[in-house]
Design a protein around this ligand. Structure first.
Ligand SMILES: Cc1cc2nc3c(=O)[nH]c(=O)nc-3n(C[C@H](O)[C@H](O)[C@H](O)COP(=O)(O)OP(=O)(O)OC[C@H]3O[C@@H](n4cnc5c(N)ncnc54)[C@H](O)[C@@H]3O)c2cc1C
Length: 461
């Protein structure tokens, strides 16, 4: 049996920040328990190769049951399973929520301390922004935030065409206004990803107060009465119990945190009882309220071979590899999601659709990009109304979750995507983009996005 002051479960974005901060305090012993491996894979650290991580052991997708709102298709959600969690495999776009999002948490949902004026100083203290400073940005925190050092010319064309539809130009999506089109800032610097493991945890790794256990899967919490006192873990040497003198901090992500709570007896009592799990605390909200941004791209074929298609093959790959190896720049230094837009498609005064602009054609979910030179404008819902649910299949912590995403359950979300696709098509009708593209690959020329059309919804689903 091992004992620490603080036990942090899950070494992802949140866990790395919290474990490092507690260890750096100097007064406490801290253990960080991570089920994935150390972040050694080169695909993690080279920004453009994050797509390769998707097919590696560092990512595990959580796949839903067949979804009625997707015409029976399943909804797959990739999750980082490696030190750094999502921050080691994600798209690196540095985009905070809107001021109203945080204010709603505080005012509508009663989360005292989470209003915008509360979280802004934390964002600033974490950030080392290479271009922007007060009043919205910090420049001396541990997390490098920078403009992309590689900017694909098609990104510039998409930004110009988006502005031609009437969207404002935006040079800071985390500043005074989120609406507009422009280059994103990213959590990568000088051609290297700045994950939470790199930015926050690495500087604390030498401290005697910090122990990091990778390859260790937390199974369930152990209680003394109603107090969580320890955690059962399975590691390379087998099962063991790790005790917490002060606190256990659960940061295993939006799927695995509720799963671990339910296996520990904290969750909807009727559900746990039916599976033979002793109920420690009846908490119907555990596993409820799953929400996710959903998207449906508009993709057009390019007249000339000027997209990034084929950049990872043959002589082109050699050239990009050499440029990156010698100078840490070029296409491999790009997060490939370099630019985008936020649009207020309802006129309610705040953006409801985010667009990622890509110089390639994304394939169907979970598949590689399409084998053509193409560009894509990808609308995604920013405030989805649909809600899904996570439940246990049985009492075995090794079993997968029973996941119902319900992604387009609410008509409002379908409506948002319809408006998003309409504006995406409008962007393609503007120059300079209009002169660069030929036919529409997706949703396709036969699919009408005119209000009332009955061909668009099946395409979205
Ligand atoms: C493909 C992808 C692209 C994304 N793109 C962006 C983007 O461009 N910009 C952006 O801001 N956000 C992006 N995100 C979202 C962002 O990465 C997440 O919001 C963030 O990582 C969540 O942090 P977290 O600490 O809550 O969970 P995670 O980062 O998921 O960390 C949870 C950690 O817990 C570990 N764990 C789980 N269960 C256990 C267990 N039982 N025992 C021990 N360890 C466990 C996991 O292995 C993981 O390391 C993206 C996410 C993905 C997956």
């Amino acid at each position: 049996m091992t004992e620490f002051d603080y036990v942090v479960i899950g070494g992802g974005a949140a866990g790395c920040v919290i474990a490092a901060g507690l260890a750096q305090d100097g007064r406490f012993s801290v253990v960080l328990i991570e089920s994935g491996a150390r972040d050694k894979s080169p695909w993690i650290h080279i920004p453009a190769t994050f797509f390769k991580s998707m097919a590696s052991r560092d990512v595990a997708a959580v796949v839903s049951e067949p979804e009625p709102s997707l015409d029976g298709n399943r909804f797959a959600v990739p999750q980082g399973r490696v030190l750094g969690g999502g921050s080691s495999v994600n798209g690196m776009i540095y985009m905070r929520g809107q001021k109203r999002d945080y204010d709603d948490w505080a005012e509508v949902h009663g989360c005292t301390g989470w209003a915008y004026q509360d979280v802004l100083p934390v964002f600033k203290s974490q950030e080392a922004n290479t271009r922007l400073g007060d009043p919205f940005h910090g420049q001396s925190g541990p997390l490098m935030v920078a403009d992309p050092i590689y900017k694909h010319p098609l990104g510039a064309a998409m930004i110009q065409s988006a502005i031609a539809t009437g969207l404002p130009a935006n040079e800071d999506f985390n500043g005074a206004q989120q609406e507009g089109a422009g280059w994103y800032q990213i959590t990568a610097h000088k051609g290297r990803r700045k994950s939470a493991a790199v930015a926050f945890l690495r500087p604390a790794l030498h401290l005697e107060t910090l122990t990091v256990l990778t390859g260790h899967q937390a199974q369930r919490l152990k209680f003394k009465g109603r107090r969580a006192a320890g955690v059962e873990v399975i590691g390379p040497e087998g099962p063991k119990t790790i005790l917490a003198r002060k606190e256990i901090i659960l940061t295993a992500g939006s799927f695995q945190s509720p799963k671990l709570l339910m296996h520990s007896g904290i969750g909807p009592a009727h559900h746990l009882t039916a599976l033979g799990i002793e109920v420690i605390h009846d908490a119907p909200e555990v596993g409820a309220n799953y929400q996710d941004h959903v998207g449906a791209p508009v993709t057009m074929r390019l007249k000339h071979p000027i997209g990034v298609h084929g950049a990872d093959k043959g002589l082109k790959a050699l050239r990009h590899g050499a440029e990156y190896a010698l100078f840490r720049r070029g296409l491999l230094a790009s997060n490939l999601l370099e630019s985008g837009a936020c649009a207020d498609t309802t006129g309610e005064g705040r953006p409801d659709v985010q667009y990622n602009f890509t110089p390639f054609a994304p394939g169907p979910p979970g598949t590689p990009p399409l084998d053509v030179h193409a560009v894509s404008v990808n609308p995604m819902t920013m405030r989805p109304k649909s809600r899904g649910r996570l439940a246990l299949k049985d009492a075995n912590p090794a079993s997968d979750l029973h996941f119902t995403a319900n992604p387009l359950d609410r008509i409002e979300d379908l409506d948002t995507l319809r408006r998003g696709i309409r504006l995406a098509r409008d962007i393609f009708r503007q120059n300079p983009l209009a002169e660069l593209v030929t036919d529409e690959i997706w949703p396709g020329p036969d699919v009408s996005s005119i209000a009332g059309s009955n061909t668009l919804d099946p395409a979205i689903r």
